[in-house]
Design a protein around this ligand. Structure first.
Ligand SMILES: *Cc1c(COP(=O)(O)O)cnc(C)c1O
Length: 367
Protein backbone atom coordinates (compact mmCIF):
# COMPACT_ATOMS: atom_id res chain seq x y z
CA UNK A 1 0.00 0.00 0.00
CA UNK A 2 1.40 3.42 -0.88
CA UNK A 3 1.16 6.09 1.77
CA UNK A 4 -0.65 9.32 0.95
CA UNK A 5 1.79 11.42 2.94
CA UNK A 6 5.35 11.14 4.22
CA UNK A 7 5.71 8.52 6.95
CA UNK A 8 8.31 8.58 9.72
CA UNK A 9 10.39 5.42 10.08
CA UNK A 10 9.01 2.62 12.22
CA UNK A 11 9.19 3.33 15.94
CA UNK A 12 9.03 7.12 15.73
CA UNK A 13 5.29 7.35 16.35
CA UNK A 14 5.59 4.92 19.27
CA UNK A 15 7.62 7.53 21.14
CA UNK A 16 5.90 9.30 24.02
CA UNK A 17 7.54 12.75 23.78
CA UNK A 18 9.75 13.68 26.74
CA UNK A 19 7.98 16.11 29.06
CA UNK A 20 10.44 18.43 30.81
CA UNK A 21 9.89 19.53 34.41
CA UNK A 22 7.56 22.51 34.83
CA UNK A 23 9.17 25.88 35.45
CA UNK A 24 6.22 28.14 36.24
CA UNK A 25 3.27 28.15 38.61
CA UNK A 26 0.38 30.29 37.34
CA UNK A 27 -0.39 33.22 39.60
CA UNK A 28 2.60 32.70 41.88
CA UNK A 29 5.22 35.44 42.01
CA UNK A 30 8.15 33.59 43.55
CA UNK A 31 8.82 30.19 42.10
CA UNK A 32 11.29 27.54 43.27
CA UNK A 33 12.01 25.19 40.40
CA UNK A 34 12.86 21.83 41.92
CA UNK A 35 11.73 19.78 38.96
CA UNK A 36 14.80 19.24 36.77
CA UNK A 37 17.69 18.55 39.15
CA UNK A 38 19.41 21.84 38.42
CA UNK A 39 21.83 23.16 41.03
CA UNK A 40 20.55 25.91 43.35
CA UNK A 41 24.08 27.42 43.35
CA UNK A 42 24.25 28.05 39.61
CA UNK A 43 27.59 28.10 37.78
CA UNK A 44 30.72 29.62 39.30
CA UNK A 45 31.83 33.20 38.57
CA UNK A 46 34.76 32.26 36.33
CA UNK A 47 32.38 30.14 34.26
CA UNK A 48 29.94 33.00 33.75
CA UNK A 49 32.83 35.31 32.80
CA UNK A 50 34.14 32.81 30.23
CA UNK A 51 30.67 32.52 28.74
CA UNK A 52 30.28 36.31 28.49
CA UNK A 53 33.62 36.71 26.75
CA UNK A 54 32.47 34.63 23.80
CA UNK A 55 29.68 37.13 23.16
CA UNK A 56 32.34 39.35 21.53
CA UNK A 57 32.80 36.83 18.70
CA UNK A 58 29.51 35.18 17.94
CA UNK A 59 30.29 35.38 14.21
CA UNK A 60 32.90 32.63 14.47
CA UNK A 61 32.10 28.93 14.21
CA UNK A 62 33.08 26.97 17.31
CA UNK A 63 35.99 24.53 17.23
CA UNK A 64 34.16 21.53 15.80
CA UNK A 65 36.26 19.05 17.77
CA UNK A 66 35.97 21.00 21.06
CA UNK A 67 39.69 20.29 21.51
CA UNK A 68 40.22 22.81 24.32
CA UNK A 69 37.35 21.37 26.31
CA UNK A 70 38.42 17.78 25.73
CA UNK A 71 41.92 18.68 26.87
CA UNK A 72 40.59 20.35 30.02
CA UNK A 73 38.39 17.33 30.82
CA UNK A 74 41.29 14.98 30.08
CA UNK A 75 43.51 16.99 32.37
CA UNK A 76 41.08 17.06 35.29
CA UNK A 77 40.09 13.38 35.04
CA UNK A 78 43.40 11.95 33.81
CA UNK A 79 41.96 10.78 30.47
CA UNK A 80 43.22 10.74 26.89
CA UNK A 81 41.39 13.64 25.16
CA UNK A 82 41.32 11.62 21.94
CA UNK A 83 38.89 9.25 23.61
CA UNK A 84 36.45 11.99 24.64
CA UNK A 85 33.54 13.27 22.53
CA UNK A 86 31.55 16.35 23.55
CA UNK A 87 27.87 16.77 22.83
CA UNK A 88 24.98 19.21 23.13
CA UNK A 89 24.05 17.75 26.49
CA UNK A 90 24.45 14.07 27.19
CA UNK A 91 21.06 13.72 25.45
CA UNK A 92 22.89 14.40 22.21
CA UNK A 93 25.46 11.70 22.98
CA UNK A 94 22.89 9.12 24.11
CA UNK A 95 21.01 9.66 20.85
CA UNK A 96 24.20 9.44 18.79
CA UNK A 97 25.10 6.19 20.54
CA UNK A 98 21.65 4.80 19.74
CA UNK A 99 21.92 5.92 16.11
CA UNK A 100 25.37 4.43 15.68
CA UNK A 101 24.66 1.06 17.30
CA UNK A 102 20.95 0.32 16.87
CA UNK A 103 18.75 -0.39 13.90
CA UNK A 104 15.43 -2.10 13.08
CA UNK A 105 15.06 -5.40 14.88
CA UNK A 106 17.73 -4.68 17.49
CA UNK A 107 17.06 -4.41 21.21
CA UNK A 108 18.35 -2.04 23.87
CA UNK A 109 17.84 -2.81 27.55
CA UNK A 110 17.07 -0.27 30.27
CA UNK A 111 15.52 -0.68 33.73
CA UNK A 112 11.90 -0.11 34.86
CA UNK A 113 12.42 3.35 36.31
CA UNK A 114 15.38 4.16 34.08
CA UNK A 115 15.93 7.56 32.46
CA UNK A 116 13.30 8.15 29.74
CA UNK A 117 15.77 9.33 27.14
CA UNK A 118 16.86 5.68 26.66
CA UNK A 119 13.57 4.33 25.26
CA UNK A 120 13.09 7.53 23.24
CA UNK A 121 16.54 7.27 21.66
CA UNK A 122 16.03 3.53 21.07
CA UNK A 123 12.63 3.84 19.40
CA UNK A 124 13.95 6.61 17.15
CA UNK A 125 16.30 4.12 15.52
CA UNK A 126 13.60 1.51 14.89
CA UNK A 127 14.99 -0.72 17.64
CA UNK A 128 13.00 -2.08 20.57
CA UNK A 129 13.43 -0.96 24.20
CA UNK A 130 13.45 -3.95 26.56
CA UNK A 131 12.67 -3.18 30.19
CA UNK A 132 14.47 -5.01 33.01
CA UNK A 133 12.66 -5.08 36.37
CA UNK A 134 14.28 -3.34 39.33
CA UNK A 135 14.52 -4.43 42.96
CA UNK A 136 13.74 -1.80 45.60
CA UNK A 137 13.85 0.94 42.95
CA UNK A 138 17.39 -0.17 42.11
CA UNK A 139 18.85 -1.69 38.94
CA UNK A 140 19.11 -5.47 39.19
CA UNK A 141 22.10 -6.92 37.34
CA UNK A 142 20.67 -10.44 37.13
CA UNK A 143 17.37 -9.16 35.75
CA UNK A 144 19.24 -7.22 33.06
CA UNK A 145 21.45 -10.17 32.14
CA UNK A 146 18.43 -12.46 31.89
CA UNK A 147 17.03 -10.27 29.09
CA UNK A 148 20.14 -10.29 26.92
CA UNK A 149 19.39 -11.95 23.58
CA UNK A 150 21.17 -12.20 20.23
CA UNK A 151 19.26 -9.03 19.28
CA UNK A 152 20.62 -7.01 22.22
CA UNK A 153 23.06 -4.34 21.04
CA UNK A 154 23.05 -1.78 23.86
CA UNK A 155 22.46 -1.74 27.63
CA UNK A 156 21.73 1.69 29.12
CA UNK A 157 22.39 2.10 32.83
CA UNK A 158 22.06 5.38 34.71
CA UNK A 159 24.23 5.08 37.80
CA UNK A 160 22.98 6.74 39.95
CA UNK A 161 19.58 6.54 38.32
CA UNK A 162 17.12 9.37 37.76
CA UNK A 163 14.38 9.58 39.11
CA UNK A 164 15.07 7.05 41.87
CA UNK A 165 18.43 8.37 43.13
CA UNK A 166 19.68 4.83 43.74
CA UNK A 167 22.97 3.36 42.51
CA UNK A 168 24.68 0.03 42.16
CA UNK A 169 28.22 -0.51 43.51
CA UNK A 170 31.10 -0.76 41.05
CA UNK A 171 31.43 -4.50 41.74
CA UNK A 172 27.91 -4.91 40.40
CA UNK A 173 28.66 -2.80 37.33
CA UNK A 174 31.68 -5.04 36.67
CA UNK A 175 29.55 -8.14 37.11
CA UNK A 176 27.05 -6.72 34.61
CA UNK A 177 29.86 -6.07 32.15
CA UNK A 178 31.32 -9.56 32.61
CA UNK A 179 27.94 -11.10 31.87
CA UNK A 180 27.48 -9.23 28.58
CA UNK A 181 28.66 -10.63 25.25
CA UNK A 182 31.51 -8.56 23.74
CA UNK A 183 29.34 -7.15 20.94
CA UNK A 184 26.91 -5.50 23.39
CA UNK A 185 27.72 -1.87 24.23
CA UNK A 186 27.30 -0.97 27.91
CA UNK A 187 26.42 2.72 28.29
CA UNK A 188 27.09 4.04 31.80
CA UNK A 189 25.25 7.33 32.27
CA UNK A 190 26.98 9.02 35.20
CA UNK A 191 25.12 12.35 35.11
CA UNK A 192 25.13 12.55 38.93
CA UNK A 193 28.57 11.01 39.60
CA UNK A 194 29.96 14.19 41.17
CA UNK A 195 27.34 14.05 43.93
CA UNK A 196 27.92 10.47 45.01
CA UNK A 197 29.77 10.01 48.27
CA UNK A 198 30.05 6.25 48.63
CA UNK A 199 33.25 4.22 48.77
CA UNK A 200 31.85 1.44 46.61
CA UNK A 201 30.78 3.77 43.77
CA UNK A 202 32.71 4.51 40.57
CA UNK A 203 31.49 6.36 37.51
CA UNK A 204 33.00 3.76 35.19
CA UNK A 205 36.22 5.42 33.96
CA UNK A 206 38.29 2.38 34.89
CA UNK A 207 35.94 0.01 33.11
CA UNK A 208 35.95 2.11 29.93
CA UNK A 209 39.74 2.23 30.00
CA UNK A 210 40.04 -1.54 30.21
CA UNK A 211 37.31 -2.73 27.84
CA UNK A 212 36.20 -2.42 24.24
CA UNK A 213 32.45 -2.28 24.85
CA UNK A 214 31.81 0.29 27.60
CA UNK A 215 31.21 4.04 27.32
CA UNK A 216 30.54 6.57 30.07
CA UNK A 217 28.43 9.71 29.57
CA UNK A 218 28.75 12.81 31.75
CA UNK A 219 26.96 16.15 31.81
CA UNK A 220 27.58 19.79 32.63
CA UNK A 221 23.86 20.24 33.36
CA UNK A 222 23.86 19.17 36.99
CA UNK A 223 26.67 19.99 39.43
CA UNK A 224 28.35 22.42 37.00
CA UNK A 225 25.14 24.43 36.64
CA UNK A 226 25.17 24.71 32.83
CA UNK A 227 21.88 23.05 31.84
CA UNK A 228 20.91 26.05 29.70
CA UNK A 229 24.01 25.66 27.53
CA UNK A 230 23.47 21.97 26.68
CA UNK A 231 26.84 20.37 27.26
CA UNK A 232 27.91 16.80 27.94
CA UNK A 233 30.80 14.47 27.18
CA UNK A 234 31.48 10.79 26.77
CA UNK A 235 34.59 8.70 27.27
CA UNK A 236 34.86 5.52 25.28
CA UNK A 237 37.07 3.06 23.41
CA UNK A 238 38.77 4.52 20.30
CA UNK A 239 36.53 2.58 17.90
CA UNK A 240 33.33 3.89 19.53
CA UNK A 241 34.69 7.44 19.60
CA UNK A 242 35.47 7.09 15.89
CA UNK A 243 31.92 5.94 15.09
CA UNK A 244 30.30 8.76 17.08
CA UNK A 245 32.59 11.37 15.49
CA UNK A 246 31.43 10.22 12.05
CA UNK A 247 27.74 10.84 12.72
CA UNK A 248 27.72 13.77 15.13
CA UNK A 249 26.99 17.27 13.89
CA UNK A 250 30.29 18.87 12.84
CA UNK A 251 29.63 21.77 15.26
CA UNK A 252 27.39 19.97 17.75
CA UNK A 253 28.73 21.97 20.71
CA UNK A 254 28.47 25.75 20.60
CA UNK A 255 31.28 28.17 21.42
CA UNK A 256 29.81 29.68 24.63
CA UNK A 257 29.27 26.13 25.95
CA UNK A 258 32.86 25.14 25.17
CA UNK A 259 34.26 28.24 26.91
CA UNK A 260 32.01 27.87 29.94
CA UNK A 261 32.72 24.15 30.14
CA UNK A 262 36.49 24.69 30.24
CA UNK A 263 36.12 27.17 33.10
CA UNK A 264 33.58 25.02 34.97
CA UNK A 265 35.58 21.81 34.89
CA UNK A 266 38.60 23.65 36.30
CA UNK A 267 36.62 25.36 39.08
CA UNK A 268 37.13 22.57 41.58
CA UNK A 269 36.24 24.85 44.50
CA UNK A 270 32.79 25.55 43.12
CA UNK A 271 32.11 21.86 42.53
CA UNK A 272 33.18 21.13 46.09
CA UNK A 273 30.88 23.85 47.43
CA UNK A 274 27.96 22.39 45.47
CA UNK A 275 28.72 18.91 46.70
CA UNK A 276 28.79 20.09 50.31
CA UNK A 277 25.53 21.99 49.97
CA UNK A 278 23.96 18.92 48.44
CA UNK A 279 25.11 16.36 50.97
CA UNK A 280 23.93 18.53 53.84
CA UNK A 281 20.47 19.19 52.42
CA UNK A 282 19.98 15.75 50.89
CA UNK A 283 20.37 14.25 54.35
CA UNK A 284 18.15 16.90 55.91
CA UNK A 285 15.35 16.46 53.37
CA UNK A 286 15.45 12.68 53.61
CA UNK A 287 15.12 12.86 57.37
CA UNK A 288 12.54 15.63 57.63
CA UNK A 289 10.27 14.27 54.91
CA UNK A 290 10.61 10.79 56.39
CA UNK A 291 9.50 12.20 59.76
CA UNK A 292 6.28 13.37 58.13
CA UNK A 293 5.54 9.74 57.35
CA UNK A 294 6.36 9.93 53.65
CA UNK A 295 8.87 7.26 52.61
CA UNK A 296 11.88 8.66 50.76
CA UNK A 297 14.00 6.36 48.61
CA UNK A 298 17.62 6.68 49.83
CA UNK A 299 19.35 8.86 47.25
CA UNK A 300 23.02 9.46 46.44
CA UNK A 301 22.24 12.17 43.88
CA UNK A 302 20.88 15.74 44.09
CA UNK A 303 17.22 14.83 44.36
CA UNK A 304 14.87 12.68 46.39
CA UNK A 305 11.99 10.45 45.38
CA UNK A 306 9.09 10.98 47.80
CA UNK A 307 6.36 8.34 48.00
CA UNK A 308 2.75 9.31 48.77
CA UNK A 309 -0.22 7.24 49.91
CA UNK A 310 -2.94 6.37 47.43
CA UNK A 311 -5.65 7.73 49.76
CA UNK A 312 -7.69 10.58 48.33
CA UNK A 313 -6.49 13.95 49.57
CA UNK A 314 -3.01 12.55 50.12
CA UNK A 315 -1.88 11.53 46.63
CA UNK A 316 1.24 12.60 44.76
CA UNK A 317 -0.83 14.50 42.18
CA UNK A 318 -2.70 16.37 44.93
CA UNK A 319 0.53 17.14 46.76
CA UNK A 320 1.99 18.46 43.51
CA UNK A 321 -0.98 20.80 43.04
CA UNK A 322 -0.78 21.94 46.67
CA UNK A 323 2.95 22.69 46.43
CA UNK A 324 2.67 24.36 43.00
CA UNK A 325 0.17 26.85 44.37
CA UNK A 326 2.89 27.89 46.81
CA UNK A 327 5.49 28.23 44.04
CA UNK A 328 7.17 24.93 44.91
CA UNK A 329 7.55 22.99 41.70
CA UNK A 330 8.41 19.32 42.03
CA UNK A 331 8.28 16.65 39.34
CA UNK A 332 5.49 14.16 38.76
CA UNK A 333 7.03 10.85 37.70
CA UNK A 334 4.06 8.90 36.36
CA UNK A 335 5.88 8.55 33.03
CA UNK A 336 8.55 6.69 35.02
CA UNK A 337 5.94 4.23 36.29
CA UNK A 338 5.92 5.97 39.66
CA UNK A 339 2.40 7.44 39.83
CA UNK A 340 2.47 7.68 43.63
CA UNK A 341 5.72 9.60 43.92
CA UNK A 342 7.15 13.06 43.34
CA UNK A 343 10.78 13.82 42.64
CA UNK A 344 12.26 16.85 44.35
CA UNK A 345 15.62 18.37 43.45
CA UNK A 346 17.70 19.51 46.41
CA UNK A 347 17.22 23.27 46.39
CA UNK A 348 18.40 26.28 48.31
CA UNK A 349 17.99 26.25 52.09
CA UNK A 350 14.92 28.48 51.69
CA UNK A 351 13.30 26.19 49.12
CA UNK A 352 14.04 23.02 51.09
CA UNK A 353 12.54 24.43 54.29
CA UNK A 354 9.48 25.70 52.43
CA UNK A 355 8.81 22.30 50.88
CA UNK A 356 9.00 20.46 54.20
CA UNK A 357 6.71 23.04 55.79
CA UNK A 358 4.24 22.85 52.91
CA UNK A 359 4.25 19.05 52.95
CA UNK A 360 3.49 19.09 56.65
CA UNK A 361 0.58 21.42 55.98
CA UNK A 362 -0.60 19.24 53.12
CA UNK A 363 -0.66 16.25 55.46
CA UNK A 364 -2.37 18.25 58.19
CA UNK A 365 0.66 18.13 60.47
CA UNK A 366 2.94 20.78 61.87
CA UNK A 367 6.65 20.83 61.06
C1 LIG B 1 19.91 15.16 33.77
C2 LIG B 1 20.35 13.85 33.20
C3 LIG B 1 21.22 13.80 32.12
C4 LIG B 1 21.77 15.05 31.52
O1 LIG B 1 21.20 15.39 30.34
P1 LIG B 1 21.79 16.63 29.54
O2 LIG B 1 21.30 16.37 28.17
O3 LIG B 1 23.28 16.54 29.63
O4 LIG B 1 21.25 17.86 30.17
C5 LIG B 1 21.62 12.56 31.64
N1 LIG B 1 21.21 11.42 32.22
C6 LIG B 1 20.40 11.44 33.28
C7 LIG B 1 20.03 10.17 33.92
C8 LIG B 1 19.93 12.65 33.79
O5 LIG B 1 19.10 12.67 34.83
Amino acid sequence: MTATKPQPRSGVLDIAPYIPGKSTAPGVAKVFKLSSNETPLGPGESTIAAYRKVAEHLEDYPDGSAAGLREAIGDVFGLDPARIVCGAGSDDLLNLIARAYLTDGDEAIHTTHGFLVYPIATLGTGAKPVVAPETNFTADVDAILKLVSPRTKVVFLANPNNPTGTYIPFDEVKRLHQGLPPQVLLVLDAAYAEYVQRNDYESGIELVATSENVVMCRTFSKIYGLAALRLGWMYGPAHVVDAINRIRGPFNVNAPAIAAGIAAIRDVTHVERSREHNSRWLAWLTEEIGKLGLPVTPSVANFVLIHFPEAKGRTAAEADAFLSKRGLILRQVTAYKLPNALRMSVGSEEANRLVVKALAEFLGKTA
